[in-house]
Ligand binder design. Structure first.
Ligand SMILES: Cc1cc2nc3c(=O)[nH]c(=O)nc-3n(C[C@H](O)[C@H](O)[C@H](O)COP(=O)(O)OP(=O)(O)OC[C@H]3O[C@@H](n4cnc5c(N)ncnc54)[C@H](O)[C@@H]3O)c2cc1C
Length: 414
């Protein structure tokens, strides 16, 4: 087939075939017009360049997707360094798609789950006020007959995206040693929900610090869009049909709703969400000490427990939720540095970096966001010795990640 007409789908950071409503629309349109399909993977508008760990996952997800689409004769053009608008401008002299459809970020709800005018500042009210149920995921569409030889495209455009040079393979100690592609994401979902005790015991293990199994490890896949949150929710429901709504699976639903809360909060509050004073518009109380911050970004916080957390973060990009809370609380309360600096660094370093989820959590811990205890009061402060007694009494994390002279070089913050 040598159809001149083409329909393009801009993935906008959603690197999967499963549960992609815009892909279904693009397929329907292409069939209706007798057109060929082209898939574009550029940087969504407004998204910062990703850090090295997340770029490695992104490259894996892209290469896998490119291979699967190529099987159907559909090219995937990937220029993650260009925004969609810039890449489309480069594309137009060569190919002019009749329509460009844009994928949306994976969310449980397609529209406001709580009316925008009543959107609450705290999670408990959000959860109680939910006005609809999460939507079910869509299966991958049938792509047969939408391909072409695409002789008009420069071959260099079709080359698989290269992995970033500064991201070595995973450290053997990593809590996220997985590849970032969609088949790996779906395999991890099945593993955690059905093949192990993971989901059932989630409530008791989720505050762990070491290893692959204490929590689900879905966030890096969600971050590069190789997994759909609706697919996760549906698999949790399927688990509950078989085994009942135990506390592990109910807690997982709650955490997925936290994700949703921050995504919709960011949309609701706009610039205030990311502002130093946060949703509470509180005057900043910090010391803008650049030297201290520079040492911290190299893993030198002055506290061995925090240094071990930073070492894990710099080396692997992953950090447990508990570890992130300790690091952020220490940054704000002990070092008294500007929380927006810490958040910006995390957004570069994390393998699952997401601006809304990262800022939402940092602002919460800095006492300017949605922590109900902080309204009119101080940010919550973690007593590190007590925390370690509760969550790592054997000091397993410190033994694994405590600084030593043999530490391999981790990427440095530019
Ligand atoms: C300072 C700080 C910064 C953070 N930055 C990010 C970030 O950039 N990207 C990110 O995805 N998460 C972020 N989180 C939230 C949380 O730490 C991670 O989502 C979680 O640790 C990922 O591991 P997991 O998938 O094994 O989590 P699990 O405990 O297995 O949770 C399952 C899923 O629930 C969601 N979830 C869990 N906890 C939270 C939470 N506190 N807020 C929002 N969603 C949550 C995630 O989608 C996660 O994948 C941050 C937390 C803190 C304290």
């Amino acid at each position: 087939m040598a159809a001149a007409v083409s329909i393009a789908l801009a993935l906008e950071g959603q690197l999967r075939l499963d549960d992609q409503p815009a892909l279904h629309q693009a397929v329907a349109l292409a069939r209706q017009r007798g057109a060929r399909l082209l898939v574009l993977a550029f940087r969504p508008e407004g998204q910062r360049l990703r850090g090295p760990h997340q770029r490695r996952l992104e490259a894996q997800a892209l290469a896998s997707l490119q291979g699967r689409l190529a099987g159907a004769g559909i090219p995937l053009l990937a220029f993650p360094q260009l925004t969609t608008a810039a890449a489309l401008a480069e594309l137009r002299p060569v190919v002019q798609p009749e329509a460009v459809l844009h994928a949306d970020e994976s969310r449980l709800f397609g529209t406001w789950p709580v009316a925008a005018e009543r959107f609450p500042k705290v999670f408990s009210q959000f959860r109680r006020g939910l006005e609809r149920a999460p939507e079910p995921p869509l299966p991958p569409p049938d792509l047969a007959g939408l391909g072409d030889a695409w002789d008009d495209l420069p071959r260099t455009w079709l080359a698989p995206p290269a992995a970033p040079p500064d991201a070595a393979g995973p450290d053997p100690r990593s809590a996220f040693p997985f590849s970032g592609d969609e088949p790996a994401a779906l395999a991890r979902l099945q593993h955690y929900v059905f093949e192990t005790e993971g989901l059932r015991t989630y409530k008791t293990t989720r505050n762990g610090l070491v290893g692959t199994e204490f929590s689900a490890k879905f966030s890096p896949f969600l971050g590069v869009g190789s997994l759909s949150v609706r697919r996760i929710w549906q698999e949790v429901l399927r688990y509950q049909e078989r085994h009942g709504a135990d506390e592990g699976s109910e807690w997982m639903k709650q955490e997925l709703l936290w994700r949703e809360f921050f995504l919709w909060s960011e949309q609701h509050h706009g610039a205030a969400f990311h502002a130093p004073g946060g949703l509470q518009n509180r005057p900043p109380e910090w010391k803008a000490d650049r030297q201290r911050f520079a040492r911290w970004t190299r893993g030198d916080s002055g506290h061995p427990l925090i240094d071990a957390q930073l070492n894990e973060l710099l080396t692997t990009g992953y950090l447990s939720n508990r570890g992130r809370q300790w690091v952020a609380s220490h940054f704000v309360n002990e070092l008294r540095l500007p929380w927006i600096w810490g958040a910006r660094f995390f957004e570069w370093a994390l393998i699952d970096a997401h601006p809304a989820l990262n800022t939402g959590n940092w602002a919460y811990l800095a006492g300017v966001g949605s922590d109900p205890r902080s309204f009119g009061g101080a940010p919550r402060r973690f007593d590190l010795e007590r925390q370690v007694g509760l969550y790592d009494p054997e000091r397993q994390h410190l033994r694994l990640w405590g600084r030593s002279a043999q530490e391999p070089a981790a990427p440095a913050w530019p």
